[in-house]
Design a binder for this molecule. Sequence first.
Ligand SMILES: [Zn+2]
Length: 192
Amino acid sequence: MSVLEELKSRSNGVCELCGATDNLSVYEVPPVSTGGVDGSVLACNTCIGQVEDPQTTDANHWRCLNDSMWSEHDAVKVVAWRMLSRLKAEGWPQDLLDMMYMEPETLEWAQATGEGVAEADKIIHRDVNGVVLENGDSVVLIKDLKVKGSSMVAKQGTAVRRISLDHENAEYIEGKVDGQQIVIITKYVKKI
Ligand SMILES: [Zn+2]
């Protein structure tokens, strides 16, 4: 079975975050090192779009986390935790966060993208020109890059949309090239 099929059977064919039944696809929860069924969530377009692009986040959509934060699957809990952390200034998300319980290693995974970390404590990612990069930004590669662990070369000029930041390391971001999630070094990208 493909990851998509396995997730559909795990979730009974609904978005594991909001329960929607249409436009479902696999959302690989960053960082990519986890991957597979355990590292992914079946989610609808609306949820994935808002998770990946903080600027489009609609707080009311995420009332659904009231249910999904109790999922038995770590990947779902991690996404729920990140969205609640992003929205905690609204008040009710903070109340839900206070009720949520995660194993320490799951919490560590949830925190790996820096969601919910105070601005001052954040590792700042910058492109080749020193421009600050955020989750959800688009960048273009300024040189050909060999992709670690594969024979693929990501070509200079390739646009990478909806990047995610590695919050352990200011020099790394992740993004999809040719449908494959890869790690990219910030000094080889330019924000677009
Ligand atoms: Zn959804």
